[in-house]
Every structure is written in structure tokens, then in C-alpha cells.
Design a binder for this molecule. Sequence first.
Ligand code: NAD
Ligand code: ZN
Length: 260
Amino acid sequence: MTGDEQSTTLSAVARLLSAAERALFITGAGLSADSGLPTYRGIGGLYADADTDEGMPIEEALSGPMLATRPELTWKYLWQIGSAVAGGRFNRGHEVMAEIERARPETWVVTQNVDGFHLDAGSKNVVEIHGNAGELECTACRERSTAQELLAGYEGEVPLPPRCATCDGLIRPRVVLFGEMLPDEAVARLGIALERRDLVLVVGTSALFPYISGPVMSARACGIPTVEINPARTELSDLVEHRLPMRAAEALERIWSPGA
Ligand code: NAD
Ligand code: ZN
């Protein structure tokens, strides 16, 4: 894409956004890459060409069956995610989406990210479809706690996998691991988020899950404008009406004029 083509697309998307009352943003790890959090796949992905230290794909290490059989291994990678989240903060891209929601209250975000940055940045209509890494739960007694409480309970390193202080059960984060079902509540909220959209923007995701690519495909089929923001191509790239091969924070900053 030439510089001219990019400017033309930026202007076209900015016009669509300023006219939209009910935009839907679908976001993935690439958005938080601009906060310094590594993605798994695509540009700058930790596991784009490699397996984990244990020689298995990250999807296997971070799966429900692996948590059940080798919880210490799953927790090793959960801990990496948690540490990156704890050391990071939302970026301009998250802020822009929160600003858009303040101006247009029917704006929604569906995110695959478990970092909580959309909520931290002030968005309220957020579906964290894969949960939130900061929320923990005992797999035996279901007692809930937070990552901060877990850290506060130990002077030095937290032994992995962490165990429940009440019943010694295995603690897990309230996130959807690979191979697990989406929680019913998230599915119900996803339904609300997808209702009556007038613009769909998919930002920083490799869009491998059908519940992520599906809404973009059906928007396209219904004539609702669709936009992809991602420096790399994905399976959605040929399908969307407008493609911005740019970093998320920069593209979002450039398509939104406050007061529009
Ligand atoms: P992914 O790692 O599969 O894909 C990331 C995508 O972002 C790629 O297409 C890449 O080209 C793009 N990208 C990289 N840098 C970008 C940037 N600066 N701006 C815009 N796009 C950029 O991530 P996914 O599609 O979200 O799916 C992977 C799964 O991993 C999800 O389930 C997610 O929950 C989880 N995950 C979450 C986090 C997080 O919470 N921040 C981080 C890593 C993985
Ligand atoms: Zn317990």
C-alpha cells in the first residue's frame, strides 16, 4: 500500500467512524502489543515460528487438558502472561475506543485480551470473551480471589501451581484456556454486542476463532462497513472493505477526531 493509498483509507475510515452511532471493535493481542505485551502469532509473536521450551505449541501448554494433567506447566505460561499484564498499561488505542464510547454510548468492544486494559482505559461496554487474568478461582471450592491477593500472600516467589488457602485445591485464572468453552455469560453479552451494528473494526487479532471472524463476515454480508487494523495480513484481510496495515495505537489515533 502506498502512502497515498493509506491516507485515502485513513480518511475514508475516519468518515465512517464519525458517522457511526453503534461501532463494534473486535480486539486481540496486537492492540496490547502497543503496550509492550507480546502476542502469540503474527508480527512480533512469541510463538510465531517456535514451540514452547517443552517442545509443544503454546496452544497445548495453555489448554484445559494440560491444566488438568500438568498444572505447573500451564501455570508457567500463565505466569508469563500475568507478569506482562502487571508490568503494562493501556495505550492510546484503548483510550481512543473509550473516548468514542463516551461520545457514542452504543459503542461496544469485544476483546480476546485477558489484560483488562479496555476497562482500565474507561470503556464500559466491554465483553472480555476470554476472561480476565487478574481474577482467580479455586477449582475445588470455587472461592474467588485476585492475582494481587495471591501475590500479597507470599513473601518471596509464589509456588506454582498456586493452591487454595482454604481447601488446598488448584487455583486457576478465570480465563478461557485453549480447548475450553466460552462462559455462558460472555456468550450472552457477545449477543448484545453484536446487535444492530453500523460499523465493525477488527484490531490486532489473527482472527482464528469463528466467534471472532464470524461477526466480521456477517457484517460484510449485510453491507455493514468493515475495517481491519493489523500490520500483517490475516484470513479477514481479503474480506474487509477497508484495510489499514498499521499499528493499532497509531491507526486509532488517526481515525478519530474528538468532538466529531
Ligand atoms: P495473536 O497473537 O494470535 O495475533 C496477534 C495479531 O496482532 C497478529 O495478527 C499480529 O499481526 C497483530 N499485531 C501485532 N502487533 C500489532 C500492532 N502493534 N497493532 C495491531 N496489530 C498487531 O492474538 P489473538 O488473535 O488475540 O489470539 C490469541 C489468543 O491469545 C487470544 O485468545 C488471547 O486471549 C491470547 N493472548 C492475550 C494477550 C493479552 O491479553 N494481551 C496477549 C497474548 C495472547
Ligand atoms: Zn478452595
